[in-house]
Design a binder for this molecule. Sequence first.
Ligand SMILES: NC(=O)C1=CN([C@@H]2O[C@H](COP(=O)(O)OP(=O)(O)OC[C@H]3O[C@@H](n4cnc5c(N)ncnc54)[C@H](OP(=O)(O)O)[C@@H]3O)[C@@H](O)[C@H]2O)C=CC1
Ligand SMILES: O=C(O)[C@@H]1CCC=N1
Length: 291
Amino acid sequence: MSQRIAIIGGGKIGEALLAGLIQSGKQTKDLVVAEKSEVRSAEVADEYGVLVTDVVNAVEGAQFVFIAVKPDGVTEVLRDIASVDDNGDTERVVVTLVAGLPLSRYETALQAGSSIIRVMPNTPMLVNEAMSAVSPGRYVSDDQLEAVLDLLRAVGKVMVVPEKLMDAVTAVSGSGPAYAFLLVEAMIDAGVGLGLTRAQASELAVQTIRGAGILLSESGLSPVDLRAAVTSPGGTTAEAIREFEAAGFRHGVYQAMRACAAHSANAGRRVDVEGLGGGLAGPGESAAPRV
Ligand SMILES: NC(=O)C1=CN([C@@H]2O[C@H](COP(=O)(O)OP(=O)(O)OC[C@H]3O[C@@H](n4cnc5c(N)ncnc54)[C@H](OP(=O)(O)O)[C@@H]3O)[C@@H](O)[C@H]2O)C=CC1
Ligand SMILES: O=C(O)[C@@H]1CCC=N1
């Protein structure tokens, strides 16, 4: 079988994967996207020069199939994948990037013995700086896992975790970029409130977060130590941090991430209860309270 990679869903994360793989040296002839929206299909084909087609066409002959649709679209995609006659060839690896839905759902819906890998990536994949957590299904061989880890390493860092940690991973790294962007957004607004132009406030805030991120990943120091190094005794930073804490900053982060993880844990139930997924119930799904 070829090294063809199919990406099902050309939205935000599908595009991030496509862009990252191309930047990492994958050839466009080995990449194919399945996308429902005609407008989006044209955008992706124009921007990246890849074939954009339907699920069945994309999956035929593909060694790796990445699913990047929203949870309520997964049942339809799995039906289409299952309908592809693969002549009993079980080399194909299905890699799901979908939040919340357990491996068991895919294993139940696809041909017995199918190789499924669950991944929680994030959008910095667009610039080859993703953090991807990976949980292999029971039928995945070492070689298949290593091949998928290599693809993901080309677009960022990878971490193999047991599937039961995926909801927590989603709360930290899957949704995490949005927390950083929200902070920058608020810093820019506050900077404008303090008299800077929006352009000045943006440049100052963006480079500050970029520098802080690099310092965090390269200095070997903890966030606690790095924060302390900025906080001169009796100085300006201490004033700011006192206000953050008075506003419930840590509590807010904790509650937000709990809500995020619970939403992920309940994805399967939402798809079933709201009748969006056609009832592909899988065993061993989380019984965490619905959010
Ligand atoms: N965005 C992120 O940062 C991350 C997202 N994820 C996961 O990735 C998945 C996709 O998220 P995101 O990219 O944000 O969502 P988007 O809505 O941006 O993208 C999904 C795309 O898939 C298309 N689509 C839906 N069903 C089909 C189908 N049967 N065949 C072909 N195309 C289809 C949609 O078209 P249409 O709109 O017409 O239905 C849409 O363009 C989600 O499950 C999410 O949990 C995981 C980690 C990070
Ligand atoms: O918001 C979402 O549901 C997806 C999953 C993780 C990041 N974005």
